[in-house]
Design a protein around this ligand. Structure first.
Ligand code: SF4
Length: 297
């Protein structure tokens, strides 16, 4: 948190945020301007249709995104629609869905919810018994499909997610740890029914959290019980330690992977595209990951 003896770097108000890498302090008003300004620049570069889905868990990142988009939509011609997936995580999802409903009511944004149980016949809790350490991998693959199904149902072909700079840094380190250089290009060339955009990709998690607080959409919620057992959870913990002792670590890790992607992109060849022979969804193999997973569960 910012030092109370300081003032905002752009005015004389009390700061609520300190960017330790640059030494810049920002008050409420200028933090809002900074986060929304970055999101505006990002959205401006993307060609947006009339309706944009916001992947909305009810947590701080997606709540902040929904608040930013609901302010920025006046500068564009799209209508935001909130899309929530209920994975079926006991002791966690009930609270976040309640918070999600309160926020969409407050912001007057249309809100659709769909559950794993409805789509795949089981909750995430039921699917991961005995293999809890794979929960995030399974959850990520199935949630992506669930979002596509929900988007298709409501004729939405662009989805904005709350991914921020910290998420990008974590992914960069996880890709390096995996030793699989192809992962740097994962996502490229994957055909899908929906296009994904990340308006907060250049804002840090802390900045987005404080933005959610000053915009009045922050709720103190329980953490997902599977979060700490995942590789991402461990990487996140370590990167947070490095960021504290070496400000700028997150941004450097994210930029480093981005530069590798740009420089090596010319050597990357897209794999073959398939239509899954079981469900018909776009896939990188004859049977898609979702069908492989739901067959095994
Ligand atoms: Fe799913 Fe893992 Fe996130 Fe929990 S922490 S919601 S299991 S991806």
């Amino acid at each position: 948190m910012a030092d109370n003896s300081k003032t905002c770097s752009q005015c004389c108000e009390k700061p609520v945020w300190l960017d330790r890498a640059s030494g810049r302090y920002l008050c409420k008003k200028h933090l809002i301007e900074s986060v929304e300004g970055d999101a505006y620049t990002y959205l401006k570069k993307n060609n947006l249709p009339d309706k944009v889905g916001i992947a909305f868990s009810g947590g701080k990142d997606s709540s902040a995104l929904l608040a930013a988009v609901s302010v920025l939509q006046k500068d564009f011609s799209f209508t935001p629609v909130a899309l929530t997936i209920d994975e079926g995580i006991n002791g966690y999802r009930e609270d976040t869905i309640k918070a999600a409903n309160e926020i969409t009511d407050k912001l007057k944004i249309e809100h659709y919810i769909i559950s794993f149980k409805t789509i795949f016949g089981k909750t995430l809790d039921e699917m991961v018994v005995g293999r809890e350490n794979r929960a995030c991998t399974i959850c990520g693959i199935l949630r992506r499909r669930a979002l596509e199904i929900l988007a298709k149902e409501h004729e939405i072909d662009v989805i904005a997610t709350g991914h921020n700079l910290d998420d990008r840094a974590q992914t960069a380190i996880m890709n390096a740890i995996s030793g699989d250089t192809k992962k740097v290009f994962s996502g490229r060339g994957v055909s899908s029914y929906v296009r994904r955009i990340k308006p907060f990709e250049n804002s840090s998690e802390r900045e987005v959290t404080i933005y959610a607080m000053v915009r009045g959409v922050f709720n103190e919620l329980p953490e997902c019980p599977y979060a700490t057992s995942s590789l991402r959870g461990e990487v996140r913990h370590l990167l947070n330690i490095y960021e504290r002792s070496h400000p700028g670590t997150m941004r450097n890790a994210a930029i480093c992977e981005e530069e590798i992607r740009e420089k090596l992109g010319k050597y990357w060849k897209p794999g073959k595209h398939y239509k899954c022979s079981l469900c018909g969804y776009p896939s990188s193999s004859e049977i898609c990951q979702v069908c492989k997973l739901t067959k095994e569960v």
